[in-house]
Ligand binder design. Structure first.
Ligand code: ADE
Length: 287
């Protein structure tokens, strides 16, 4: 899989992809990241990439010409003028981007929320171009003419799309087949695939010891068994895997209820899960 990042701050990414799994994925040739300095596509003495907004208002806007030139240097023509999808066609094309036109993403606070589900879809694509917005934004014609998706990493405003692009690359890259040592482990973290896809045992407990489903992950512990006077939960030490699975599932439910109750609406819950949740809620009401 190849990522192309278009930015006015290529230096921002120095070191960011040079650690751990992300570095290994690149040295093993599973993934590559190329940086494209937007200023290389300007033609004036000051290498100008921005201009004042029409209609007035605060701040500056990234000019369309350097961005269009940068994208066209990557072989990306305005939609409808190449072999790829026209404007609004991305639904029709679905994820079949293993050949041909790369997926072009504009990072902006106005974008669709980036989630693990979006990351899983992007991991199926061969080539993704990430455009980092700056200043007040990017001339909207670039979005309309060249971009397939506008993506936000969260409901807050960053000073530019660079940090967001790094988040997208890191999250997507580790889902590319072969990148994680344990092929399956991405499924079992917080926001992993739905429980229905993991399967459950006869008691309705997810078969995997790590089955996160649509819930947050359970807490993890390692040695020492006692730290600062705090012991590891006894259940994890007794080797009873059935009990451990049940305990972990309960912890997932507790953590999700406490930190992200919104996720419970979309999660696939067994009858046992619902009973546990009810009991946890009652505990909370009594305190
Ligand atoms: N640019 C500014 N804020 C952003 C956000 N939340 N996500 C992506 N790009 C951004």
């Amino acid at each position: 899989m190849r990522f192309e990042i278009v930015t006015i701050f290529p230096g921002f990414f120095a070191g960011i992809f040079e650690h751990g799994i992300v570095r290994r994925a690149q040295t093993e040739g599973l993934v590559s990241v190329a940086l494209h300095d937007l200023r290389n596509y300007t033609h004036d003495r000051h290498r100008t990439v921005d201009d004042r907004p029409f209609g007035g208002g605060e701040g500056m806007v990234l000019k369309p010409e350097p961005l269009a030139e940068a994208l066209e240097s990557l072989g990306i023509l305005p939609k409808g003028r190449d072999q790829g999808p026209g404007i609004g066609d991305q639904q029709k094309q679905g994820n079949d981007r293993t050949k041909g036109r790369p997926l072009v993403i504009l990072l902006s606070a106005q974008g669709k929320r980036f989630t693990q589900a979006v990351a899983r879809e992007l991991a199926k694509v061969d080539r993704v171009v990430l455009i980092c917005g700056r200043y007040e934004g990017v001339d909207e014609r670039i979005n309309e003419l060249y971009c397939d998706m506008e993506v936000s990493i969260g409901d807050y405003v960053l000073s530019g799309g660079e940090l967001a692009a790094a988040v997208v690359v890191d999250t997507v890259m580790r889902l590319v087949p072969g990148v994680l040592g344990n092929e399956a482990s991405g499924e079992f973290e917080s926001f992993g695939v739905a429980d229905a896809e993991i399967g459950t045992d006869e008691d309705g407990v997810p078969r995997s010891q790590h089955g996160a489903g649509g819930l947050l992950d359970y807490p993890h512990y390692t040695r020492p068994a006692e730290f600062a006077g705090w012991a590891v939960p006894q259940v994890l030490l007794n080797g009873d895997h059935q009990q451990i699975r049940r305990w972990r599932r309960e912890q997932q439910l507790r953590k999700t209820l406490r930190n992200r109750p919104d996720l419970l609406e979309g999660a696939v819950l067994s009858d046992e899960d619902r009973r546990l949740l009810e009991a946890i809620r009652r505990e909370g009401a009594q305190q």
